[in-house]
Write a protein that binds this ligand. Sequence first.
Ligand code: GLV
Ligand code: GLV
Length: 380
Amino acid sequence: MEDQWKTYNPNGSKRVIVTKELPGTKWLDILQESDCRVDVGQSRDIVSNEEIKSTIGEKCDGVIGQLTEDWNEELFEALNNAGGTAYSNYAVGYDNVSVDAASKNGIAVGNTPGVLTETTAEMAVALTYSVARRVVEADEFMRNGKYDSWLPDLFLGNRLWKKTVGVIGAGRIGSAYARMMVQGEHMDLIYYDIYQNKQLEKDVKAFAKFLESHGEEPVSITRADSIEEVLKTADVLSLHPVLNDKTFHMITGKELAMMKKDAILINVSRGPVIKEADLVEHCRNNPDFRAGLDVFEDEPEMEPGLPDLSNVTIVPHIASATRWTREGMAVLAASNVAGILNNYPAWEDEDISPFLTDDPPKAAPSIINAQADGVPSNSG
Ligand code: GLV
Ligand code: GLV
């Protein structure tokens, strides 16, 4: 086990486990400046719950964990028994974390919002253009030496300009993606969300006015009453919900059948939102339908048949993978854990950018269960 974990600041009075090496160095400084001994996992494989539990051992004050790990009741109990009070996911999504079990064990749970919004939206945009213009297929064609002659019908794709973009889940990432497509391609926007996104509506309407004032055709925004309405209308549909019982298998064969035959489906949220077997079947039977996927139902596995489909572009859950974002996520995760161990309150503003400066606030930037009874950041 020893060589699988690297220890920094061995004489720190508190002990923090970080299950994977993180980009940059600032996160480590934050933890060390808070007098933490830091044990960092060196393996590039998924760390098992058994190994996490044995590494927590008898004394562990806080953990930074990964979305590939199952942070269940057993782990939070082990952390509580080891004197721990803080856990941060190294992700904005936390469907891998049993927040209730953490609260019950008096453990604050952090996540890393704010630094990955545009970065993740950019990947959704990259996949949109890749599938619309068949970039990956064409790249493979070139590499295989098949380019013999310019041809009028070589790799015909879909035009996006002034078409309709659909977004399901208009939170931070979904609305950042919508803005990029609306402003870049003058697409009309139709979105479905249980919450009305007033700021997004205001911004799209202001953009429409701006276009009109230049004598150009305006864009529109529609909040749909049902997912069905979005499915039927969108030329491009991007999924941005959180994963929960209600959004699990939100898209099955039935929903895919409602979409336009040559629609584009993008998913950078969580794999189980789509029933992947149905998507494979649909893409096989509808060669003009295209999909761009960053996430998969049973990661790191893929549904059999998926990699054989030329109308699908697949990347390995890298939507938040820019250096700036991943270093920022590390700073936020470390600040969550250090903040709780220093007895700082939870930060209440959605804007976490002050934590990225050289003079960060004395707070834990993003604690999901700050309001739960018995959780350390709860001052009330
Ligand atoms: C990545 O998928 C994240 O939730 O941050
Ligand atoms: C994630 O940041 C979201 O709210 O979309």
